[in-house]
Design a protein around this ligand. Structure first.
Ligand SMILES: C[S@@+](CC[C@H](N)C(=O)[O-])C[C@H]1O[C@@H](n2cnc3c(N)ncnc32)[C@H](O)[C@@H]1O
Length: 304
């Protein structure tokens, strides 16, 4: 049987408080709901859920995020069907908050389905401006379009390019590269010690780092001067994170910026195995489940 300790043993050297990390990935997570402020308010959703007996706590990070202790199937409530909220991991929602798009801007979401972050970006923009949400996988494009319609989003156009070949003719004020990844940050173990994870089989990598580097470079190449670019994954693997950022810094005149939200995190790694990374890597965020109570994420913030 695979345990957290064995699966993540290679990362024990850099994950702080490794035993607390392993405890966290074996502990059921508090449900996080992102209130769809295009349809309603956090106060209304909180009152509706409290009225049904749920324990609801607003997240100190952002008013639209509600933490609900005893809710195991958030997609089944009437409020979900009404599009009042979108169930979304807290750390996933942080990504759009870090990109911080403004109403009226032109924004590109290069790897968009199923649209959790696209729809969050749209609500942060008050449905004003334009988001180009790109997703090459046909079935996933349908999920994206369904979710956007369900949530009342009206400022998104969808495209179906492979992100690394996304056209260069348009420049965007903000770009999100929420890259396909090994998804290690979503791994959980249940009370019987069985591993539960959303994506690939444990240890499967395909040739993800190569694709991730291409996507990140293309994201930079469609950025307007002075624009902001976020690279995010839900994995811990430095080959998919710091090594990808390093490749961009070596290929393009990109500036790595500090991220300033008040969220517990660890900095990007200075080195991994035989690789030494740029000192600015400390500006990246590694988000671990025992620090945030949510899924693992990596975020790098770039300015052109
Ligand atoms: C991590 S998921 C994105 C999640 C999404 N941003 C959200 O918040 O709902 C990565 C997405 O990238 C898509 N993808 C795979 N290969 C791609 C490529 N070459 N270019 C762009 N997107 C790709 C996958 O189909 C998947 O939908």
């Amino acid at each position: 049987m695979s345990t957290c300790e064995t699966v993540f043993a290679p990362y024990a050297a850099f994950i702080p408080s490794f035993s607390a990390f392993c405890t966290a990935v074996q502990t059921p997570r508090t449900c996080c709901l992102r209130v769809n402020t295009l349809r309603t308010t956090p106060e209304v959703v909180q009152a509706l859920l409290v009225g049904q007996g749920y324990d609801v706590t607003p997240s100190p990070i952002a008013a639209e995020l509600l933490l609900v202790d005893n809710l195991s199937h958030p997609g089944r409530l009437r409020e979900a069907l009404l599009g009042y909220y979108h169930p979304q991991a807290l750390t996933s929602a942080l990504v759009s908050l870090i990109l911080a798009p403004q109403p009226g801007e032109l924004v590109c979401d290069l790897c968009a389905a199923p649209g959790s972050k696209t729809s969050h970006l749209a609500q942060l923009m008050h449905n004003q401006g334009v988001i180009v949400a790109n997703e090459p996988v046909y079935e996933r494009l349908s999920m994206l379009e369904y979710n956007l319609k369900h949530l009342g989003i009206s400022n998104v156009v969808t495209t179906r390019y492979t992100g690394q070949n996304f056209p260069l003719r348009c420049k965007f004020a903000r770009v999100l590269v929420d890259a396909p990844c090994s998804g290690e940050g979503t791994y959980r173990w249940d009370t019987q010690g069985r591993v539960r994870h959303a994506r690939r089989a444990l240890g499967t990598l395909d040739d993800l780092p190569r694709l991730q580097k291409q996507l990140f470079v293309r994201g930079f190449d469609v950025l307007a001067p002075g624009g902001s670019l976020i690279y995010a994954t839900c994995t811990y693997n430095p080959a998919e994170n710091e090594a990808v950022v390093q490749a961009l810094l070596e290929q393009r005149p990109a500036t790595l910026q500090p991220i300033t939200l008040p969220v517990p995190h660890s900095p990007g790694l200075p080195q991994w195995k035989e690789h030494t990374y740029d000192a600015r890597m400390q500006h990246c965020w590694r988000l671990y489940p025992h620090q945030t109570g949510s899924v693992g994420f990596f975020v790098a913030s770039i300015r052109a």
